[in-house]
Design a protein around this ligand. Structure first.
Ligand code: HEC
Ligand code: HEC
Length: 297
């Protein structure tokens, strides 16, 4: 090895180019698999569910899950590579546009409740990785019913595709996972008259209908010590996010995606918790619904 190339390596090391691969720049298919089955929890909606609300094996992305709300009556799509009933016939660009802007190739707007406003913040590398992974899952032929909306829909603007902050910038990186990938606030922010009430970001109280008669409300995850999670230890918050158990030992009800969040790396989980500690505390006492109390004491 010549002196020149040795010094070139030294320069590369000092510039950070030879540091261990971060989650952001590892192989796209494994990065995509991690995001989809971890913090993005796509199957929480796109999995086919049986009457016990369990995801049917082999149908994790085959769609058909029925989500009803006063604003919409939708069936999550089949996102496997099947060409007839899935997205096998779409180009990568078309899938990217559906995920980050919420528009399908035929021009239809596909959200809410798909968390497109969150995905609009996703980096080019991450959305490309997700699409690369979706191409590798087995094609499943499963036709899904049509969705309907009772509200005017609007596409998200073209995504900026800004790279994720480096994981070493823990709070910014945690903010990226929360606001671009894991859609925490799309569930944990209450609805106001014109969409989510951003003055109560993360303060809970959003009502979600799991199925007719199965109404649940989301919790306050701001650092408010009385009504939020300000007094919880990091371990307690981690257990809620990945294990579905509250600080008081009570169980957390679906659709909190803890079975997917359980696949999050320790680094990502720590970053999410560090970031949640920095959002403004909002005093908002959320009562559990009768359904929650009965089924998830
Ligand atoms: C909160 C529920 C929810 C989550 C989470 C969700 N989606 Fe969706 N998604 C939907 C629904 C509902 C539709 C169908 C809308 C319609 O019928 O037009 C949809 C549609 C799509 C479509 C368009 C497919 C088509 O045939 O119209 C794609 C692609 C897609 N989702 C990908 C994803 C990916 C990838 C993720 C995870 C990163 C994800 N979705 C997470 C609910 C969700
Ligand atoms: C699809 C909707 C949804 C998403 C996405 C979601 N949550 Fe939840 N979360 C819930 C529901 C529902 C509960 C449980 C409410 C109950 O059982 O009282 C919950 C409960 C919690 C709790 C327990 C707090 C308490 O006092 O009960 C924490 C902490 C939490 N979520 C954090 C997060 C974080 C962090 C994210 C993103 C990484 C996230 N959630 C994403 C729906 C969601």
């Amino acid at each position: 090895m010549s002196v020149y190339s040795v010094s070139a390596i030294a320069v590369a090391i000092s510039a950070g180019l030879f540091l261990p691969a971060t989650a952001e720049d590892s192989d796209p298919v494994s990065r995509g698999a991690y995001l989809v089955n971890g913090p993005a929890a796509c199957s929480n909606c796109h999995g086919t569910r049986n009457e016990k609300f369990e995801i049917v094996e082999g149908m994790e992305f085959a769609g058909g899950f029925h989500i009803v709300d006063p604003a919409f009556d939708v069936y999550a799509s089949n996102i496997t590579p099947d060409t007839e009933t899935g997205i096998g016939g779409w180009s990568d660009e078309e899938v990217v546009k559906a995920i980050r802007e919420g528009v399908s190739p035929d021009g239809e707007i596909i959200f809410p409740p798909m968390p497109v406003p969150t995905y609009n913040n996703m980096s080019d590398a991450d959305v490309t990785a997700i699409v690369a992974y979706l191409r590798t899952i087995p094609a499943v032929k499963h036709a899904v019913e049509e969705s309907h909306w009772n509200i005017p829909q609007q596409a998200m603007p073209p995504a900026a595709g800004t790279p994720a902050p480096p994981a070493s910038d823990q709070i910014a990186y945690g903010g990226y996972i929360v606001n671009a990938v894991a859609h925490c606030f799309e569930c944990h922010t209450p609805m106001g008259p014109a969409g989510p009430d951003m003055s109560k970001l993360g303060a809970g109280g959003m009502q979600i209908t799991l199925a007719p008669g199965m109404e649940i409300v989301t919790s306050n995850i701001t650092p408010d010590p009385e009504t939020g999670i300000g007094n919880w230890t990091d371990e307690q918050i981690a257990e809620a996010i990945t294990g579905g158990v509250k600080a008081d030992g009570g169980l957390i009800s679906p659709p909190m995606p803890y079975p997917w969040f359980a696949n999050m790396t320790q680094e990502d989980l720590d970053a999410v918790i560090a970031y949640l500690r920095t959002i403004p505390p909002v005093s908002n006492k959320v009562a559990r619904t009768e359904f929650q109390q009965k089924n998830f004491p």
